[in-house]
Design a protein around this ligand. Structure first.
Ligand SMILES: O=C[C@H](O)[C@H](O)[C@H](O)COP(=O)(O)O
Length: 227
């Protein structure tokens, strides 16, 4: 396994220790979460009782593969703990997410959880958000108009293309990857983006994170609101 993959696996294994019997979980998306789902499945096979709401079709697929029981918001509206990866984490625990296109469901799930645990390797830690292009989910209808309005906020939006096809989210929308370079006021930008007609949501997760676990080759560090 490559070093980067190993770091993801290490932090994912540590995160599973935060899961307690009887918890209702939010299950994030992305390659770090793959390792989490695998480890969680092993604990479930050993008797751990949990249920989870997946944030993407892919995570739901992993849950089936690893025998992790799923539920949905019709049965429960409050989760004990949501666990998810991130594309960037700043010193105030603000995040950019959505590199895998799952930001909308991830945000709905994180917002309904009492605690939001973020798991990353050290490459995701930044001084300022924005080097990673900010994913913004928009409705396809009139997307060119929405893209122009987002560009006026000071970025270069690019419609996401994957394997020569326009990328469509699990919710049937487009993603614009927006190069801001440096986001100095995440909260303000989040509010500006959310106020635009056509924008469904964006990858800034502002004041949502309870704790971040960060793996490096020596250890897993904990960053929380108090530290
Ligand atoms: O849409 C994807 C999610 O926001 C992921 O949590 C994020 O992109 C990090 O993914 P990975 O663990 O693959 O780096």
């Amino acid at each position: 396994m490559r070093k980067a993959e190993q770091l993801k696996q290490i932090v994912a294994k540590e995160a599973v220790n935060y899961v307690k019997d009887g918890m209702k979980l939010g299950l994030g998306s992305g390659s770090t979460m793959y390792f989490f789902m695998k480890e969680l499945g092993e604990r479930v096979n050993n008797g751990l009782k949990i249920v989870g709401i997946p944030t993407s079709n892919k995570t739901a697929e992993w849950a089936r593969d690893f025998h992790v029981p799923l539920t949905d918001f019709s049965k429960t509206q409050e989760l004990d703990l949501a666990i998810d990866g991130a594309d960037e984490v700043d010193p105030n625990l603000q995040l950019i997410k959505g590199g895998g296109g799952a930001l909308l469901r991830e945000k709905v799930v994180a917002a309904s959880a009492k605690e939001f645990l973020v798991i990353v390797d050290e490459s995701k830690i930044v001084e300022h958000l924005g080097k990673f292009p900010l994913p913004v989910e928009i409705v396809p209808f009139g997307w060119e108009v929405t893209a122009n309005k987002i560009a006026a906020l000071g970025c270069e939006p690019e419609r996401r293309i994957v394997n020569d096809n326009v990328y469509i989210t699990d919710n049937g929308n487009y993603i614009l990857d927006c190069k801001f370079d440096k986001i100095t006021e995440p909260e303000k930008l989040n509010n500006e983006l959310q106020s635009l007609v056509g924008v469904v949501d964006n990858g800034l997760f502002v004041n949502m994170t309870s704790k971040v676990l960060i793996s490096n080759p020596e250890q897993v560090k904990v960053m929380d609101k108090e530290s």
